[in-house]
Design a protein around this ligand. Structure first.
Ligand code: EPS
Length: 401
């Protein structure tokens, strides 16, 4: 079993993570993990913070000579913005210690909760009269630590031929039509070179225009990302019990990402308007042993409406999972709210934020999907070191009929 914890406030000294359950002997490519962090920082529509941060992982434990030890991997990602907040977010002083006019403004307690944010429910729940005490942890800055954990999970999965990418299929209603997609590598390459991770250049322009429109009208815009995992063997997850169904675990993991309000697998909600004969992916068999190492695909489909999962179990086809992001709740033209102290009507907090984060959350969703798949893989083929897991996996592949 793999598990991880993260900690850290958005403008605190650092984000930290602990990833527990990685086997010993996994080669760690630090550039790969840092590149994952860089991919998360990109995207048209991001705010000023991403110009300040240059997310880099600093490993504190669990790795020696570039290989995992089997012990918990602990790491830190510095918040470079801490320098601008250390007198406001100070840890040991009894209150803020502002030195400049700008810091004096930052030190004023935030009392106007943003509709759509964790601000109000969080302030009531934790009995806080400065909303900063809520928003600092509710911030999606936390997803940098998740992305690093997902980077390790991806490195593990890659050893077994499993790869994951994402692209954006909708921003503010500018949507990629349903239908055929380029093969995995081409799709990944197209997404990687687009500022909005769109795989179609005409769509990319319309999406960027939508974001420009939101910027100009001091608004925000949401959308839909799609994550694809390829090379996944048959048999991860289980149909025997509700909490072992992998579709449930994957959707919960993606739903847990900030601002995600809907998750679909495969043809998802579109299936409601289709007949069974149009939905279910017919089964074929190829008796030839697949040449590609570790492929388990003797049984295959020509369509993938199931999104790679049937009965909560992977069926060997690509896993396809979508997340719908609501528009972010920090608006430069604030919505109406009520001051939590005076109970008077007020305008919601306005502070630096992003206009659109759909491409970024696709990257975070890749990390969450990687984590769930790595965990399920370890559950099925478990072992304490990579050699042991490799042997278990090979034995399984040889037994697949
Ligand atoms: C984020 C850092 C934050 C926001 C964003 C995520 O930086 P700041 O609040 O200093 O501008 O840009 O936060 C949110 C989207 C959110 O919902 O809070 C990051 O590193 O991704």
């Amino acid at each position: 079993m793999l598990r991880f914890f993260t900690a850290g406030e958005s403008h605190g000294p650092a984000l930290v993570g602990i990833l527990e359950g990685l086997p010993a002997g996994l080669a760690v490519d630090f550039d790969f993990i840092n590149n994952e962090l860089a991919r998360r920082q990109k995207g048209y529509g991001r705010g000023g913070r991403m110009k300040i941060e240059q997310d880099k992982i600093k490993i504190l434990s669990g790795i020696r000579h570039q290989k995992t030890l089997g012990s918990p991997v602990a790491f830190e990602i510095a918040n470079l913005d801490w320098e601008n907040w250390k007198n406001i977010m100070n840890i040991e002083g009894a209150g803020p210690n502002p030195q400049t006019e700008e810091e004096k403004k930052k030190a004023i307690p935030s009392t106007a909760p943003r509709p759509g944010h964790a601000d109000l429910a969080g302030a009531i729940k934790y009995n806080q009269f400065d909303i900063r005490n809520v928003l600092e942890r509710a911030s999606a800055r936390e997803t940098a630590a998740r992305t690093a954990c997902g980077g390790f999970a991806k490195l593990f999965l890659q050893e077994f031929g499993i790869r994951i990418t994402s692209h954006v299929i909708d921003i503010g209603g500018e949507r990629l039509p349903e239908g055929s997609r380029p093969a995995f590598d081409l799709l990944a390459q197209k997404a990687e070179t687009s500022p909005v991770r769109a795989i179609d250049s005409a769509l990319e322009k319309r999406m960027m225009a939508k974001i420009d429109q939101a910027i100009q009208s001091k608004d925000t815009v949401g959308g839909v990302f799609e994550v694809i995992a390829t090379g996944v063997p048959v048999g991860l997850g289980s149909y025997v019990h509700w909490d072992r169904k992998l579709d449930g675990q994957l959707t919960a993991a993606v739903m847990s990402i900030h601002s995600v309000k809907g998750v679909e697998i495969g043809a998802g909600f579109r299936q409601a308007a289709m007949f069974g004969s149009q939905v279910h992916d017919q089964i074929y068999y190829d008796a030839k042993k697949p040449a590609e190492r570790k492929r388990t695909k003797y049984f295959y489909r020509q369509t993938n409406n199931a999104g790679g999962l049937e009965g909560g179990v992977t069926n060997g086809e690509d896993i396809v999972i979508r997340g719908c992001c609501k528009p972010l709740s920090t608006l430069m033209q604030p919505l109406k709210t009520v001051d939590i102290k005076t109970k008077e009507p007020k305008e919601a907090i306005v502070e630096r934020s992003d206009v659109c984060v759909v491409p970024t959350y696709g990257i975070v969703a890749e990390a969450m999907v990687a984590f769930i798949l790595a965990s399920a893989f370890l559950e099925k083929f478990g072992g304490d070191n990579m050699d042991e897991i490799e042997k278990h996996y090979q034995t399984y592949l040889e037994s697949v009929f």
